[in-house]
Design a protein around this ligand. Structure first.
Ligand SMILES: [Mg+2]
Length: 182
């Protein structure tokens, strides 16, 4: 599917929206040719206050591993948070990642030995996670934040995301109806 990669709407509109991270199955990823996943932690896998992964998270990463899908944690949170969360997962992990900057994503792809064409980013925020992924032409997968913050700043960010989520849903409807999806 060809799109103008320089438009704001390309940069901020996710390619896939899921209700939860573990709706993303290894089979689905394989069908897309994805071998590597760059995954946000906060509000994507767990709420801020959950310091360690639960069984569900472990089970999901196990299923990815079994199917040869590589994964890395890319978080804008600080090293202690990321290291504690990753202690039992043992994934390549990039705290203070500076998303939507590209640095950590590029380093993670190098570490995982995957190319942009076979990599997807997964997160909960269009302005950081989708933007970071699309700047590098990665597929962007989004889940709604597990527990949304209600500060004015976060509400403002959600407001900014709205037109791009609408755009995603419009495109998805067209695709479901067998349209070109553009
Ligand atoms: Mg997040």
């Amino acid at each position: 599917m060809k799109r103008n990669r320089h438009t704001l709407s390309y940069l901020l509109t996710p390619d896939y929206l899921f209700d939860r991270y573990d709706q993303i199955t290894p089979e689905f990823l394989k069908d897309l040719g994805i071998r590597g996943l760059l995954i946000d932690i906060d509000n994507t896998l767990a709420p801020y206050e959950q310091s360690e992964p639960d069984e569900r998270i472990h089970a999901w990463f196990d299923s990815l591993r079994v199917h040869g899908i590589r994964a890395a944690l890319i978080s804008n949170n600080h090293p202690p948070r990321v290291e504690r969360f990753n202690a039992t997962l043992g994934l390549p992990a990039y705290p203070d990642s500076g998303k939507p900057g590209s640095r950590a994503l590029l380093a993670a792809m190098k570490e995982m030995e995957v190319t942009p064409a076979e990599t997807a980013g997964l997160g909960d925020q269009l302005l950081t996670d989708t933007l970071a992924a699309h700047r590098l032409d990665l597929i962007s997968m989004i889940v709604p934040p597990i527990k949304d913050k209600t500060t004015l700043f976060f509400r403002f960010k959600r407001l900014l995301e709205k037109p791009f989520l609408r755009r995603y849903r419009r495109r998805k409807r067209k695709e479901d109806q067998g349209g070109s999806g553009k």
